[in-house]
Write a protein that binds this ligand. Sequence first.
Ligand SMILES: Nc1ncnc2c1ncn2[C@@H]1O[C@H](COP(=O)(O)OP(=O)(O)OP(=O)(O)O)[C@@H](O)[C@H]1O
Ligand code: SF4
Ligand SMILES: [Mg+2]
Length: 359
Amino acid sequence: MSETNVSVNAELRDVAEEVTEQALDQAARAEVLLDVQDLSVTLFTEDGALPAIRNLSFVMRRGETLAVVGESGCGKSMTALSIMGLLPQPPAKIVGGKILLEGADLAALTRDEMRTYRGSKIGMIFQEPMTSLNPVMTAGRQIREGILVHNPKMPKKDADARALEMIRLVGIPAPEKVFRSYPHELSGGMRQRVMIAMALACQPALLICDEPTTALDVTIQAQILQLIDRMREELGTAVMLITHDMGVVSEMADWVAVMYAGHLVEYTLASELFTNPKHPYSIGLINSIPSLDDAVEKLYAIPGNVPMLDELPSGCPFHPRCPYARDVCRRECPHVAPLDGNENHTVACWMFDSEKWGE
Ligand SMILES: Nc1ncnc2c1ncn2[C@@H]1O[C@H](COP(=O)(O)OP(=O)(O)OP(=O)(O)O)[C@@H](O)[C@H]1O
Ligand code: SF4
Ligand SMILES: [Mg+2]
């Protein structure tokens, strides 16, 4: 490696350390909003009980963005649906753990009780807005109805004014026209903005975005992500951003939870993950980020696939794809543990347990 490279890397490390310190300062000041403790979700199917999420723990603070990443089938949407109280029941069921939102355990609420939290305390944006928007109701009326569910005493006129204000706030040109439009009369980007307006109309403390821009073209994608980030800043909303796109994570996230086969494998600050990733799966994800000057043949892909839930391997679920796997990995599943005692960087990998690794 050349001297220039070494000094550039040292500079990058310095910048990353500074960003990490600032982020930790901010985290220490911010109030914890969501505290997920040991959450486990099982799918009860004809083939038996399948573990969709195992012992998942993380916190989210007000005004911060947590990115949840991992390949398809790793349990990202199941995590979001558990928090929203929208798991497909049957077959899914929370079988353990707590989901504390401002201290109240959402996992213990009934569906009816959960309904009061959705919309007022938690908003959600899905990948495909058409599945959440009512095709026979105008955009304005849908936003108004959402407002009225949580503010039943508000006069309709005021709810309409608020709905229009939300449409304006999410940067829709000609808001009055969009207010009167049906979803099929709007473009994909516009529909996504309407859904964001709906999700934020009651100023929820937590906004969950499950692949919010995958169906949109790149320019609209960037606009929607900027909008979500602006809303977070202006309204102090905590944002959970579920995405496959590590580029988006590096731009938007304060914290990152890396999931694999229903397990949390690494959880830390985004600045730390990109400069000092520890779990072999996180390293694989980061190495898979294409860069502009990469030739196609240089693109890296983690070998193999995420296992199906009925074919989970013994021990560490990542071991069949891990270049470092040892006997202990094939035998026992690693627990999430702080790295060198640092609670802000946790990893589930035997490599960081000197006793097990040295066996
Ligand atoms: N209704 C269901 N019935 C049975 N299995 C399901 C159901 N929904 C999800 N699963 C399984 O649960 C696991 C986690 O799925 P989940 O939808 O959370 O993945 P994901 O990380 O969101 O993936 P993607 O990136 O493709 O959206 C997968 O193995 C999936 O096949
Ligand atoms: S526990 Fe073993 S197999 Fe799993 S990620 Fe760590 S080194 Fe790889
Ligand atoms: Mg999903």
